[in-house]
Write a protein that binds this ligand. Structure first.
Ligand SMILES: *Cc1c(COP(=O)(O)O)cnc(C)c1O
Ligand code: SF4
Length: 444
């Protein structure tokens, strides 16, 4: 009999028990202690034993994806934290300073205030309805992950309330909202990682969507990194079989089940564990679509993206999005100019067959919508960026191309200026009217 993999997580407190840790230099260890006391740090035995190449530390991409490195924190903050640790500061003191730094790093102190749906005067705080057809739902018990990505800014909010009852109450409100909003065809469960939940809990969220009266809900999407961080969730965990039956049941009742799998690097597609998990999910009739941000120091290489898309297709997954990452505490460490992002995308896209070209990108999830950088062009002697909406806050913006001044340094939509001497981009006036200036200030 094959040995059953048991999940073991590592964070600041116990990472020194990892046996490969002897490969780290003192400087690497110090960086984990210092940066890891500000940015969330968590990894696990699958990542450590099967994904990281410990002979390539600290530059190994998966090491970089999970382990804090010195360059992830600005020198000033680093030195402050390092000094506190060195002098043996109290837990409280460390906590206070870490929180101060976090606040300064956080680009959206009160972000995502808009698009929170309301039903009969009750706000559905764990949901977001930004694009007409798709409702985003954050189950309160899926707000953590099997490991934490160093680039991620969804500072894991641990929710104390772990009762089944609570899940059902949230779902009740969601269901009433969906009955009053027939334009919604897709419900997208996201987190954290919803696959962190036990099947029993997940079922409490998903089963009610089978209500015959919810004829508008055709697609159930689950955004997850579990295939990359803990594929045994789908094959070996105690309730893995039950999970597979749940997917089968949803499919048999006529729902399209799409696992939105987050893969950052081809090595995540190379283990026996992930291959078996993908096969098992696909055997239920559920689809797997893949997405990843483009990250300097992890995957800023077109060859690697081409390999990733080919491997995904080979394993029966559908490449979906390449994102431009901006929501990150370690911005400087991971950020790339839009121009470079486009060049990497195009170089990879050029080198794969049409079957892989279901992928769209590089895409920015910005205030007005998902904006794709289509490339560089020249119109009447002016060099411009060509962009278009993949998703618009106003659905009518979707698919509309527009032009910005060429700017090789710009890393985000609001660094860009309209081309041809225009005052504003075509959507701006309407967007201000829609959201007011409030949220925009938050997103700058
Ligand atoms: C990306 C995204 C969706 C889903 O958009 P699709 O293009 O249909 O995948 C829904 N809501 C929000 C807020 C998003 O960012
Ligand atoms: S798995 Fe997703 S939510 Fe979790 S840390 Fe990584 S990017 Fe963030």
């Amino acid at each position: 009999m094959e040995k059953k993999p048991i999940y073991r997580s590592y964070s600041n407190h116990n990472y020194r028990n990892i046996k490969q840790i002897e490969k780290l230099s003192n400087a690497d260890l110090e960086a984990i202690d210092v940066v890891g006391s500000v940015l969330p740090f968590k990894t696990n035995n699958y990542v450590v034993d099967e994904l990281i190449n410990w002979d390539d530390i600290p530059n190994d991409p998966i090491y970089t994806l999970n382990f804090p490195r010195k360059a992830m924190l600005e020198d000033g903050y680093y030195d402050t934290m390092a000094a506190l640790l060195k002098k043996g500061a109290s837990r409280a003191e460390l906590q206070t300073t870490a929180n101060e730094i976090r606040l300064k790093l956080n680009p959206h102190p009160a972000g995502q205030m808009m698009n929170i749906p309301e039903i009969d005067g009750v706000t559905l705080s764990g949901a977001q309805h930004k694009y007409r057809e798709t409702m985003l739902f954050f189950p309160s018990q899926g707000q953590t992950c099997h490991a934490y990505c160093t680039f991620c800014f969804r500072w894991p909010q641990f929710v104390g309330m772990n009762e089944l009852k609570f899940a059902m109450k949230e779902t009740d409100i969601l269901i009433s909202y969906l009955k009053q909003h027939r334009e919604v065809t897709d419900v997208l469960f996201t987190g954290g990682d919803p696959m962190i939940m036990k099947t029993k809990i997940l079922k409490a969220y998903l089963e009610p969507l089978l209500d015959e009266e919810l004829w508008n809900v055709q697609t159930i999407r689950i955004g997850t990194k579990a295939l990359g961080y803990w594929p045994y969730r789908f094959t070996h965990d105690d309730d893995a079989d039950e999970l597979i039956e749940l997917f089968e049941m949803l499919v048999s009742k006529g729902k399209n089940v799409s696992i939105m799998a987050h893969f950052n690097h081809p090595v995540e597609l190379s283990t026996e564990g992930v291959k078996k998990a993908i096969k098992r999910i696909r055997s239920t009739g559920a689809q797997i679509r893949t997405q990843s941000p483009l990250l300097k120091n992890i995957n800023d290489d077109p060859k690697l993206w081409a390999e990733m898309w080919r491997k995904q297709v080979n394993l029966n997954c559908i490449p979906y999005y390449m994102f431009v990452e901006r929501d990150t505490g370690s911005k400087n460490f991971f950020e790339l100019p839009l121009l470079d992002a486009w060049e990497i995308f195009r170089e990879a896209y050029k080198n794969v067959s049409g079957i892989c070209r279901t992928v769209r990108g590089p895409s920015m999830s910005a205030t007005p919508g998902k904006v794709q950088m289509l490339g560089v062009s020249e119109v009447k002697g002016e060099k411009v960026f060509v962009l278009r909406f993949l998703q618009g806050r106003n659905p009518d913006w979707t698919g509309r191309p527009f032009f910005a001044k060429y700017d090789p340094e710009a890393t985000w939509l609001n660094d860009l200026k309209p081309a041809f001497g225009e005052e504003q981009f075509f959507y701006e006036q309407e967007m201000h009217a829609m959201i007011g200036d409030y949220e925009e200030t938050l997103q700058e």
